[in-house]
Design a protein around this ligand. Structure first.
Ligand code: AMP
Length: 361
């Protein structure tokens, strides 16, 4: 157990909006922050004490960064495992390189989940189109072909409805490390943010219902509008996952909810704070960002109960131009990530509304 006390420096790999909100939470708890991010003009640089602008493969720069900070975490799971291995020789990194390795590869992730008795969609790893066609005979149509690595917001995947779709789908993926996954006819997608401290204490946030537009999260509604029994079950599964991983920090677990499928399935896990937990900034005594900083610094975890029903809307691309409407809305908590250019599909900010009079059951 390492205790990192206020006044010390939290190092964060990645300078996107998640890094920015992590840094803001760290500062609130009295820490300095140091962001490591190769990108120019990243959203986190406005709010951090220090920034190292180097590649994730730059060993000399990584060692310098490791020696300048007291603990390291990351805001996205596609940083090379070797980066975390190098840093770990000089400073504690949470979540661990092992967790990163599992969550970077859909095959490792699904194997891990199934080994701990957590259900996923049926799947098979394949490396050629013919193997995919064979696997589809078992799994059945429709199905989803997904690259094992580097997929996000629906990228790196293709639906196949009949055998005739396979060739086009295979070519679109441009990879030979693929999994074939059974299509789940879900009614709703939900997620649970679970936190585990260095001492093993676990606290979960209420399940959020997530609604996507063009494969990008549009709206999160908390608590998810599902049977409370299912909500409890989702929290128990998330609890089980962070416990089995000996995880430290906040982890997101995404689920499919389907009335036609008696099995409750996990879609994926993300070893980090997550877009579907932004509402926790205003809706709970402790936000997901503060909880993550508390966990990695060895502080007690905070309370996660809801003040009331919450809705978080992502502001994507031009939607940020509506900011004056949100600023005039007495119920809206508006966040701008400081990005200058509102490109289509880019997450520019978010807005959270709390309805304290609607208390969750
Ligand atoms: P992922 O990158 O795995 O989170 O997938 C992105 C989105 O694609 C999910 O949020 C779902 O809406 C959809 N999706 C992924 N896998 C499946 C599946 N096996 N069955 C149905 N829809 C899926």
């Amino acid at each position: 157990m390492i205790k990192v006390t206020p006044g010390a420096t939290v190092g964060i790999l990645g300078g996107g909006q998640l890094g920015r909100m992590l840094a803001m939470a760290a500062v609130q708890l009295g820490y300095h922050t140091h962001i490591y991010c190769p990108d120019e003009k990243n959203p986190a640089e406005q709010v951090t004490d220090k920034i190292s602008r180097f590649d994730y493969e730059d060993e000399k720069a990584l060692i310098g960064f490791a020696k300048a900070v007291d603990v390291v975490t990351y805001e996205f799971e596609n940083i090379p495992v070797e980066t975390v291995n190098i840093l770990s020789r000089y400073v504690t990194v949470f979540p661990s390189a092992e967790v990163l390795q599992i969550s970077q590869d859909r095959l490792h992730e699904k194997k891990f989940l199934n080994n701990i008795n957590v259900n996923t969609a049926p799947y098979a790893p394949v490396s050629t189109m013919n193997e995919a066609i064979e696997a589809l005979k078992q799994i059945g149509y429709p199905a989803v072909l997904k690259t094992r690595r580097f997929g996000y917001d629906g990228k790196g995947q293709a639906i196949v409805r009949t055998e005739r779709d396979v060739q086009r789908a295979w070519q679109s993926l441009n990879s030979c490390e693929v999994i074939v996954e059974g299509f789940i006819d879900f009614d709703m997608e939900i997620s649970v943010l679970a936190a585990r401290g260095q001492d093993g204490e676990i606290k979960c946030f209420d399940p959020a219902e997530n609604i996507h537009k063009n494969h990008i999260l549009d709206l999160s509604i908390v608590p998810a509008r599902i049977d409370p029994v299912l909500r409890k079950q989702a929290v128990e599964i998330a609890h089980h996952i962070v416990s089995e991983l000996n995880y430290v920090g906040v982890l997101a677990v995404e689920f499919f909810v389907s009335s036609s499928d008696p099995i409750f399935r996990v879609n994926e896990i993300a070893p980090r704070v997550h877009n579907s937990g932004h509402w926790s900034i205003e809706a709970c005594p402790t936000s997901q960002f503060e909880q993550h900083i508390r966990a990695i610094c060895g502080l007690p975890l905070g309370e996660t109960s809801l003040y009331g029903r919450a809705e978080m809307k992502n502001l994507i691309g031009d939607e940020i131009l509506d900011m004056d409407i949100y600023l005039k809305d007495p119920d809206a908590n508006f966040h701008h990530y400081g990005k200058r250019e509102a490109r289509p599909g880019r997450k520019m900010g978010h807005v959270t509304r709390i309805f304290p009079h609607i208390l969750p059951k």
